[in-house]
Write a protein that binds this ligand. Structure first.
Ligand code: EPZ
Length: 425
């Protein structure tokens, strides 16, 4: 398995273009099934999860191809509503296919997506929403069969503002009979991007970005071209890395509005942040200051997807920070690895007590999930000495060649593949 070898202690500097958002591209790729014809998507990142989604679309009869950051999907040949199990297991986000396949074929068969390192990842809110629209759902072994002769709009209240459930219901309701109103909807920028895309196809949706989304069902959707928004979590990861290495960097093609909560925390920690249109500059010359507490919760609050990364910065701060993770019940798997690098962090259920230390030390550490892996890369860049991050396939799911991104910013890091090791032998 590939590893990242990092020589820490080098302040990051330079400019980096932020790539398209994984969590916007995945539901939008699934939504292409709502129409027949050729759709062009620009600014699609080159990631393992995107590759898997394209494989699933091809397995369903589409022709989906990515060249650089341009994806074309021809859905006219789609002829199956059965998501292959081996692909479903590779990526939980295959759950996004339920709504579009149900709307297009009147049935869908998926496999229970299962949990992952960050928590149980239930799908009850997805199923409740789809059955409210008229779907009949049966569980056979580990398969979920979902059928609906006709989807009918209705009012749906989400017990929790689930991102995925909001997106699945939006996609299923886009061509349903009548109007659907989702209350307590998720408000993330990726939901807003999905609404824009669906409306480009000819849907009639308003309210994304608020907690109430209204979808007036239309008869037909037609192909379009579309550009995906920038990835706010990749941008946030780079911003935190600049602060942790006391560097000065410039991000382009970013959207500062999507990063308001992170920018607020970084400024409280003493980091200078400049904003001009889609350019964000980050500069830090000294040790960060602790912020008394951070609580992750749904957008626009502090994002759970930046929790592990900001913990690295705060583990180097002067003072103590209380971190509470309220979205996923298992998202502190990176703490043990940071402690092995010299961090002083203790965990009690969903709370982490971070006592800042002057420095971290390089070590061999293991990525347990996507964002925990990104946090360990930041720790390696900030630490004294050499860090080896293992199991980096987790990181490749959400970052387009993370080593190139940080090399461009002066980070001393390279990817070690097993073949390379043989050469070295
Ligand atoms: C999306 O996951 C993102 N993934 C996650 O990013 C992100 O962390 C999460 O939203 C929260 O912002 C994609 O968009 C592909 P949820 P999703 O449904 O939709 C519970 C990353 O690192 N829940 O908002 O799965 C669930 O257990 C990934 O890029 C139910 O109980 O998140 C969790 O505790 C990680 N029942 C909470 O809601 C349901 O039916 C948030 O889940 C659905 C969710």
């Amino acid at each position: 398995m590939d590893k990242l070898v990092i020589e820490g202690g080098q302040p990051l500097s330079g400019s980096i273009r932020i790539h398209g958002a994984k969590n916007a591209a995945l539901p939008i790729l699934a939504a292409t099934l709502l129409t027949e014809g050729k759709i062009q998507l620009r600014n699609v990142p080159r990631l393992l999860d995107i590759e898997v989604m394209l494989e699933i679309l091809n397995a369903l009869g589409c022709i989906a191809v990515q060249r650089d950051d341009l994806v074309t999907v021809d859905t006219s040949g789609a002829d199956s509503s059965h998501v292959p199990e081996q692909l479903m297991k590779l990526m939980r986000s295959s759950i996004f296919l339920m709504g579009p396949l149900l709307a297009r074929f009147g049935e869908v068969c998926i496999y229970q997506p299962g949990g992952c390192a960050i928590g149980e990842r239930k799908i009850d809110l997805h199923l409740k929403g789809l059955s409210a629209l008229g779907a009949v759902i049966e569980e056979q072994d580990n398969q979920l069969w979902c059928r609906a002769s006709r989807l009918k709009g209705c009012d749906i209240h989400l017990d929790f503002p689930s991102v995925g459930a909001t997106e699945n219901i939006m996609m299923a309701a886009a061509t349903a009979e009548g109007t659907t109103v989702i209350t307590n909807a998720a408000r993330e920028p990726e939901i807003q991007d999905l609404q824009r895309f669906l409306n480009e196809l000819g849907a009639s949706i308003i309210g994304a970005g608020t907690d109430t989304i209204t979808i007036r069902g239309v008869n037909k959707l037609t192909p379009c071209e579309y550009e995906i928004i920038p990835d706010r979590i990749v941008a946030g990861t780079v911003m935190i890395a600049a602060a942790a290495t006391r560097g000065t960097i410039r991000l382009t093609h970013a959207n500062p509005v999507h990063l308001t909560s992170l920018i607020h925390v970084l400024r409280r920690a003493g980091v200078q942040i400049g904003i001009c249109d889609d350019i964000i500059t980050v500069s830090s010359s000294g040790r960060p200051k602790a912020v008394d507490r951070i609580v992750t919760s749904p957008y626009p609050s502090f994002p759970t997807d930046l929790q592990s990364q900001i913990m690295v910065l705060l583990s180097l701060a002067e003072g103590m920070t209380l971190m509470k993770e309220t979205v996923f019940e298992g998202r502190f798997k990176h703490v043990d690895e940071l402690v092995r690098m010299g961090a002083d962090i203790s965990v009690d259920l969903n709370a982490a007590f971070i006592r800042g230390v002057p420095r971290l030390y390089g070590a061999t550490v293991e990525a347990t999930d996507l964002r925990a892996g990104a946090a360990l890369v930041i720790a390696g860049l900030a630490a004294q000495g050499k860090t080896v991050v293992e199991q980096i396939h987790h990181i490749d799911r959400g970052y387009d060649r993370i080593e190139l991104m940080f090399q461009r910013l002066g980070g001393k890091m390279h990817r070690q593949t097993p073949a390379m090791k043989l050469d070295l032998a």
